[in-house]
Design a protein around this ligand. Structure first.
Ligand code: ADP
Ligand code: MG
Length: 628
């Protein structure tokens, strides 16, 4: 038996491990299973190149919880260690054996999927254990070794009688970590971190029902048998070639990833590159609602099939974090701060690769089956619009397939729209005016008025649409978006000179004074307009610019004018060519004049959905009186 001191430069590393890794105690199991997996995959590699002359067989990793004895066992059938190797790999903390192995076998070992590279993995056992034992038998013809350490830097190393190849790690769980002796807690961890690891992991057994033997009676119970409870799927879909997978396989994998999700994904994107970085994965477009805040099932990040995190901020472009699925890349540095991560060259490349793949997929869906793409538009637009806003490269690609739906359910790309409306919707300054509504019901009368003029009206109702319109106006030439209710229809697209006014300037002055006397409210700016005599006498409009700025403020950004608490601003457009307006002007009795003005204003408010509460009650009463 040998004794010694673990070779660490600091006096005692264990308090450090406990302290610095405190928040993440549960990762000890991931680390130990990763080591067991590495040991198994290393053996596989060595047998395949003839360096280990042993039978590889069908190795598995077993986890056992001994609640009474307060122990957890992690047992593998991998390559094991000789006692010299224990000295070297275990006693020299922070000396990563995995790294050495990969260096030694360089190219040949690149695709072995070996995980470890942090060098502190094994010692994370001391976050939960007061004593750790390793009993290990190498594939080489050498006696087994038994290492034991009680958490101080002192260890013992002696021979062991272990006969079969592989390693058993025994954790004597500390008093403050007994939660890990609960089967449920271990199951939870296995499901979180190890669900797709490449070597089968056994945790207990389960009862399987067998088919009834032939000739069994109806009431006979089906026979059962105890089988290993394998908690992982060693060959998850993302590790396979896209050509080997059917649509059903992708859907099946989605259910495997998110067992609590009952919706089907709209489509998937299979990621697969190995140069200049290594990345595999599958992203899914789920049906997205406009509520951007509820998002519990997120994209999961793996490294060589080991779950790392579901916080992919900085790795996946922000607009794509609304998607679901997995990405697996050994090239993403872990244990570094997010800002460091964002500055990392490989990570930047990964992020733009993902953006490009998503854009390409959307583009091919659009080209190959436009009808289907249109049908899905409402569920995916938020990602695309957000992407167009935040990533210029994505904007350039998406500009070809982003759709602009009309209130009547047709869909145009931007180019198609431009072509369609340029004859009728170009104003006298040669600006293309794109009309839109945000709510088909509330803006119904305005939409109808625009349609009568032969205008196309888009339906733009995403939460961030104001920002996107701003961006489009900035990047396209000579276009402007105008909401249908932002002015009277005759003014939406200003063409040649206006109608001639029936009223003289003097009469207009009088009318304005009359109106201002009755309409005390400061919330309307009165605007006299000579319009067609068939147009409504009073119309309430909401100027585009102010409204859009306010909307942009509410959805973040664009707040440069500090309009957070700005009240809504409306214009009251009065059609001076309308008969009723002449009547208001010519009415001699003040009472009647007031009533005509109030009634007309209320009708205008009603059509804008602004007449509510006491005002509405009063309006109804007044109307009945007038009907009498
Ligand atoms: P890493 O996994 O990054 O190499 P660890 O601290 O997790 O670092 O492990 C240190 C070394 O100990 C490994 O590289 C390996 O050589 C050895 N080792 C740990 N666990 C096992 C095991 N189950 N079987 C064989 N060797 C192991
Ligand atoms: Mg390790």
């Amino acid at each position: 038996m040998s004794q010694g001191k673990i070779n660490v430069s600091v006096e005692n590393i264990f308090p450090l491990i406990k302290k610095f890794l405190y928040s993440d105690h549960e990762i000890f199991l991931r680390e130990l299973i990763s080591n067991a997996t590495d040991a198994t995959l290393k053996l596989k590699h060595l047998t395949s190149i003839g360096e280990a002359k042993v039978e590889y067989g069908n190795p598995k990793i077993e986890i056992k919880v001994d609640k009474e004895g307060k122990k957890i066992h992690i047992i593998d059938q991998g390559l094991g260690m000789t006692s010299d190797e224990v000295e070297k790999y275990i006693n020299q903390v922070a000396f990563s054996g995995a790294e050495e192995f990969l260096n030694k076998y360089e190219d040949g070992a690149k695709d072995t999927g070996i995980i470890g590279h942090f060098g502190l993995g094994f010692y994370s056992a001391f976050m939960v254990a007061e004593k750790v034992e390793i009993i290990t038998k190498s594939f080489k013809e050498e006696p087994a070794a038994h290492w034991s350490c009680d958490g101080s830097p002192n260890f013992t190393l002696e021979e062991s009688k272990k006969e079969d190849r592989g390693t058993e790690i025994i954790l004597h769980i500390a008093e403050d970590s007994t939660e890990f002796l609960e089967e449920g807690r271990i199951t939870e961890l296995l499901n979180k971190y190890n669900k797709f690891m490449p070597v089968p992991i056994k945790f207990g057994t389960k009862t399987e029902t067998l088919p009834k033997p032939e000739g069994a009676k109806e009431e006979d119970e089906a026979p059962t048998q105890e089988v290993d409870n394998i908690i992982n799927n060693p060959n998850p879909a993302w590790t396979k070639q896209p050509a080997d997978l059917e649509d059903e396989d992708y859907k099946g994998f989605y259910r495997e990833l998110y067992p609590m999700q009952f919706d089907e994904p709209l489509f998937h994107i299979h990621l697969n590159v190995d140069y200049p970085f290594n990345l595999t994965g599958i992203l899914y477009f789920p049906k997205l609602t406009n509520d951007l805040n509820v998002q519990k099932d997120k994209i999961q990040l793996y490294q060589n099939q080991v779950f790392v995190t579901d916080n992919v901020e900085g790795i996946v472009p922000e607009f794509l974090t609304m998607l679901r699925g997995v990405i697996d890349s050994p090239d993403i540095p872990l244990n570094v701060s997010r800002s460091y991560l964002q500055a990392d060259g490989a990570v930047k490349k990964i992020s733009s690769y993902i953006t490009r793949k998503v854009a390409d997929k959307l583009s091919s869906l659009f080209k190959n089956n436009r009808e289907d793409f249109e049908a899905k538009w409402n569920d995916i637009k938020i990602v695309i619009e957000y992407g167009m806003l935040s990533e210029d490269k994505f904007f350039d690609k998406a500009d070809k397939f982003a759709l602009y739906p009309t209130v009547d359910g047709s869909f145009f790309t931007f180019d198609e729209l431009q072509e369609k409306i340029k004859a009728n919707q170009t104003d006298k300054d040669d600006k293309l005016v794109i009309l839109y509504a945000s709510d088909k019901e509330a803006q119904h009368s305005y939409i109808e008025a625009a349609k009568t003029k032969g205008y196309e009206v888009l339906l733009m109702d995403s939460p961030i649409i104001a920002h996107l319109m701003q961006k489009l106006e900035g990047s396209k030439e000579n276009i402007t978006f105008v909401r249908v209710d932002s002015d009277h229809v005759d003014n939406l697209i200003k063409k040649e000179e206006n109608q001639i006014s029936k009223l003289s300037d003097e009469e207009k002055e009088t009318l304005k004074t009359d109106l201002e006397k009755t309409i005390e409210s400061k919330s309307y700016t009165i605007q006299l307009e000579a319009m067609d005599s068939s147009a409504s006498p009073f119309i309430i409009t909401e100027p585009e610019f102010m409204r859009r700025m306010k909307e942009m403020q509410q959805t973040g950004g664009g707040g440069m004018f500090g309009m957070g608490n700005m009240p809504e601003m409306y214009n009251l457009v009065v059609n001076t060519n309308h008969e009723l307006v002449s009547e208001i002007l010519n009415t001699k009795t003040a009472k009647k004049k007031e009533r005509l003005i109030n009634q007309s204003l209320d009708l205008a408010k009603l059509s804008k959905g602004l007449l509510k509460g006491a005002e509405l009650t009063e309006f109804i009463k007044r109307s009945y009186d007038m009907v009498k």
